[in-house]
Design a binder for this molecule. Sequence first.
Ligand SMILES: [Zn+2]
Length: 271
Amino acid sequence: MMVSGRMRGYKTEGVVLRHVASGEADRIVVLYTPEYGKLRAVAKGVRRVKSKLAGHLELLNRVSVSLAEGRSMDTVTETETVQAYRGVREDLERLSAAMFMAELVDGIAVEQAPSQPAYALLTASLELLETAERPGQAARCFQVQMLALSGFGPELRKCVQCDAELEPRDHAFTVVGGGIICPACRAGSQDALVPISLNVLKVLRFFQREPMEKAASLRLDAQLFDELERVLDGYARYVLERDLKTTEFMDLVRSGRTTRQGRGTGAPKTT
Ligand SMILES: [Zn+2]
């Protein structure tokens, strides 16, 4: 008896998070999609010059894709660019911020888990990055909101141990506890604690609460922003169980820019 070998096909949209070379001319593409969360698929022959898929499947592109179900991995059969975020590609600081966002999503997202709000946040943030005045800050706002949408949002209003409302003062952050620990509980805690100033705590709450565009445009001085990054990096390292490689790239690009402009001139004052 003949069995039809026709594979089932489906269509989705996604943002290209990562590529891995495979075989002689193929590439495994990691996409972030609204319906399926993180999705790995093979793009056959994409490393050949004549490939019709290649241009569309560039990193950070928002694409629509047609896929054929495969035994171990689905195959991209057709693709079209929805948005290429040219403004992001043409500026190293924006690009490094976008790559940081992609790496974070890649690290945190799960396969086969629908993710409409997180996908909407990613595409809106990439769009915002094209013109954002402070790309690095936009990336950090994205990080705070993405962590929250993924169920890893740190507790910033109550003590993670005793639930007490937090006094308006400097505090300590526990990455293991996932938020702020009050002075009373701190004494008996075995967790590694990171000091967090009231100002950084307020900024983190603002990032968590406000829409991206508003959060990304808040004026912060350089020292406050550094402290905020330290807290977020420590927390992300714990959640992802590794460092984000693009953090270093983002720092490098930014320090190059600061040096060119003269230290301090690029640092807006806190309001
Ligand atoms: Zn407590």
